[in-house]
Design a protein around this ligand. Structure first.
Ligand SMILES: Nc1nc2c(c(=O)[nH]1)N[C@H]1C(S)=C(S)[C@@H](COP(=O)(O)OP(=O)(O)OC[C@H]3O[C@@H](n4cnc5c(=O)[nH]c(N)nc54)[C@H](O)[C@@H]3O)O[C@H]1N2
Ligand SMILES: Nc1nc2c(c(=O)[nH]1)N[C@H]1C(S)=C(S)[C@@H](COP(=O)(O)OP(=O)(O)OC[C@H]3O[C@@H](n4cnc5c(=O)[nH]c(N)nc54)[C@H](O)[C@@H]3O)O[C@H]1N2
Ligand SMILES: [Mo]
Length: 695
């Protein structure tokens, strides 16, 4: 850890970089380097959405990079799986052995090999470029990367055609902002800056969230609904918009499909009915509808928190109908933003080279069900038993649902596991080979964003530490050992980065060469993407009623689907496990990343369970006491915090702690299940019943 003063001096160099983390903000970074050491990471003051400010986590990025526990050499397992006992080996020995093992398995059936990766870095180069080429050429099982956002994506796609929305920079001009299923101060801090400006300009801010999170504390109103009931709330809002004729009839007739059918469905949802389902006062729903129908421009910042339940996609679908009804899309500062991903045109085919499959169609496994899938025997239906897993950019032992099954799967002695990592995570403890990967300061990358509209460049600031290598280089070396000779396996990171930005009008004329120098470049395109319609749906309109959904045998209108596990929808289960648990992110962690950075872990303290005082009293639990949270799938041991910031009947367990840094070697995912969302095959982390008892 560099301890020199981090005041910039004349001999320092300043490197333009980008935050790699799975967060909507994708900040522009300025890294100060002195004598080959990165001494500070700051937010670029000139980048509009970063505006010189970083979150607590990434402002400590040097602490993470130079952490004494960084993996700096390849390691081979010497103890039992899970024991975390390793001995150093050379790169040659590790790569030769891994290639031999993969060849041997592939000779039987390459689908027995599974890549497992997600959001450790969102860079195009270090995520699915060389890695995807490698697994495509191998013919390995494909991975459906569903663990975060695919339900919401499916919901948005059905109604507005894709992950597009209003420009985050416009929110300061909104007069009403609904922060729906998002704890902005924790997970979308730079949006919050715009929301605060709007507030100072007289806008009303409303947070729609089951618990009074830090963001709700600072909004004018908080609609504290039960998890998984958002579609009912949205339909009641429509009911009121229709009943009071707060509608933009001109926008509806020109740019939407299916209003008559939607109207009929919405009229089944008077506020009293939704109030019953959502557990909020009918009067509050009426007021929210009045605000939404009369304050212009009205903007919705919807985020992924509301789609981690059975009806997640349909909840997003229902909410996505609202802006068209009131014509909010006409305004630069109106409409909705969930993700800006599809404003960008990335050249996925060039990066990932699916053509290397050469006509083969390997099975696809869903990353949410890794627990079950690792424990499944081979069968005609499933295909071969999984014999090898290569994990990179992910920590499934901590983040995947039904963690006890995930652990049992990775503990299989007949499973060959390779983990590419910065640290010895919970997953790394189960590796046969643990390979040291570079961090964002040590490698090159190019990023799009899902919360703003800038392409971002990441220039390497320092040389790789120890023997660490970029993911790309590790897969390049493995490809060579497998005998893959296609020229794409010899491409440098620089050559890969240059292909990421597709030559597409959506990207304007942005090129990699320019981007590297400038650090960031904004997409062209109007602030209000749908002011004149032009939705990327089959009809070109906002589809309240979806022919595509009808053709797939599903409800052509958005549906209200209650959770798999809730008192109302699973009364039998609720007699044993009456408390609904949600587990959104802790502010100072990024999923399971940063949990091992001491200064940040100290800010979070220890794994906590927020419990309403009524529920605590009923169970004889005092504030600060250790409690056991349990259901049929598992149990955790955490400290209880009595708080009226949650509802009676609902607990909040902020995540995602490393198991091995928790009191009992378990984390919140010991309790979650592997069932999937209505559309998009996503996880249902916030659709989970439990019971709590004093430990
Ligand atoms: N500090 C920090 N920032 C992060 C992350 C992190 O771990 N830490 N993670 C990053 C990642 S990968 C993602 S996907 C995003 C996640 O950030 P968001 O997309 O904002 O999603 P969550 O944080 O999961 O949940 C946001 C809020 O939704 C609420 N919520 C839960 N269930 C429901 C529901 O049924 N209805 C409604 N209306 N609200 C509900 C939760 O209580 C929470 O306050 O943030 C990114 N940013
Ligand atoms: N209960 C519960 N579970 C959840 C969630 C929740 O809200 N509640 N949130 C879910 C969500 S939204 C998400 S997105 C997932 C996130 O799940 P993951 O994508 O697995 O995210 P992380 O836990 O941050 O783990 C990423 C790992 O990648 C490593 N890494 C980072 N950069 C690199 C690199 O360049 N190379 C290599 N080889 N490794 C690297 C990091 O060290 C880290 O250990 O978790 C999900 N799980
Ligand atoms: Mo996520």
């Amino acid at each position: 850890m560099p301890d020199s003063s981090n005041a910039v001096s004349a001999q320092d160099t300043l490197v333009r970089a980008a935050c790699p983390h799975d967060c909507p903000d994708t900040c522009a970074l300025l890294v100060t380097v002195r004598d080959g050491v990165a001494i500070s990471v700051r937010g670029d003051p000139d980048h509009p959405t970063t505006h010189g400010a970083l979150c607590a986590k990434v402002s400590r990025y040097t602490e993470r990079t130079y952490h004494p526990d960084r993996l700096l050499q390849p390691m081979k397992r010497v103890g039992p799986k899970g024991s975390g006992q390793f001995a150093p080996v050379s790169w040659n020995e590790a790569l030769d052995d891994i290639a031999e093992r993969l060849k041997e398995i592939a000779a039987r059936d390459p689908q027995a090999i599974l890549p497992y990766s997600y959001g450790g870095t969102l860079g195009f180069v270090q995520s699915e470029s060389m890695a995807a080429r490698f697994f495509h050429k191998l013919g390995a099982s494909l991975l459906d990367r569903t663990i975060c956002s695919t339900a919401g994506e499916a919901g948005l796609k059905a109604v507005i055609g894709g992950k597009m929305g209003l420009d985050v920079e416009q929110f300061e001009h909104s007069k009403l902002i609904l922060i729906w299923g998002s704890n902005s101060i924790t997970s979308n801090l730079h949006f919050w800056t715009y929301a605060q400006r709007a507030k100072r300009n007289g806008a009303k801010l409303v947070c729609i969230d089951p618990w009074r999170n830090d963001t709700a504390e600072k909004c004018h109103d908080h609609v504290q609904l039960r998890p998984g009931t958002d579609a009912a709330l949205a339909y009641a809002l429509m009911h009121e918009l229709i009943a009071h004729d707060w509608l933009d009839h001109d926008y509806i007739s020109q740019h939407t499909v299916g209003f008559a059918a939607l109207r009929e469905r919405a009229l089944e949802w008077p506020p009293e009915r939704a109030a019953e389902v959502c557990g909020v006062p009918a009067e509050q729903i009426r007021q929210l509808a009045r605000d939404y129908g009369t304050l212009t421009p009205a903007a919705i910042r919807m985020n992924y928190g509301l789609q981690r339940v059975r009806g997640g996609a349909n909840a997003v679908r229902t909410i996505a109908c609202l802006p068209a009804l009131v014509g909010a899309w006409r305004h630069d500062a109106g409409g909705l933003l969930m993700s800006s991903s599809n404003h960008f045109a990335a050249n996925g085919a060039a990066l990932e080279r699916p053509d290397l499959l050469a006509g083969r169609a390997p099975r696809t496994l869903n990353m949410v069900t890794i627990g079950d899938d690792l424990l499944r025997p081979g069968s005609a239906e499933f295909g071969p038993k999984v014999e090898a897993v290569i994990v990179y950019n992910s920590n499934p032992l901590a983040v995947a649902p039904e963690g006890n099954k995930v652990r049992a799967g990775f503990a299989r002695d007949d499973l060959f596991t390779v983990v590419l990592e910065h640290f010895q995570t919970d997953t790394a403890d189960y590796a046969d080979y643990l390979l040291p990967a570079t961090t964002q300061l040590e490698h090159l990358d190019v990023h799009k964003a899902y919360g703003h509209r800038y392409w971002m460049a990441n220039n390497p600031a320092i040389a790789p530490l120890g023997q660490a290598k970029p993911n790309t280089e590790i897969f390049r070396l493995l490809a060579a050992r497998m005998g893959y000779t296609e020229p794409c396996f010899a491409e440098s990171d620089e050559q890969i980065a240059a292909q990421a930005i597709a030559p597409d009008p959506r990207n304007g004329g942005i090129t990699w060469e320019q981007l590297r120098a400038s650090g960031w470049a904004k997409l062209p395109g109007a602030a209000a993407p749908f002011a004149h319609g032009g939705f990327p749906t089959p009809s070109g309109k906002c589809e309240f009623w979806s022919q595509r959904e009808a053709d797939a045998g599903r409800d052509p209108l958005p549906e209200v689907l209650l959770p798999y596990e809730s008192v109302a929808s699973a009364p039998e289960l609720a007699t044993r496990y009456p408390l609904a648990m949600i587990s959104p992110p802790a502010r100072n962690f990024l999923n399971s990343s940063f949990v091992n950075v001491d200064s940040l872990r100290n800010l979070e303290g220890e794994p906590l369970l927020l419990l309403h005082p009524d529920d605590a009293v009923a169970r004889g639990i005092a504030d600060g006491q250790m409690v056991r949270t349990f259901n049929d799938r598992g149990a955790t041991l955490t400290r209880a915090r009595l708080s009226s910031r949650t509802r009676p009947g609902q607990i909040v367990a902020l995540g995602i702690w490393w198991r091995k840094l928790s009191a009992d070697g378990n984390n919140v995912n010991a309790l979650t299940h592997q069932r999937l969302t209505d559309l998009g095959n996503g996880p249902c982390f916030y659709d989970c019943l439990v019971e709590v008892a004093a430990a």
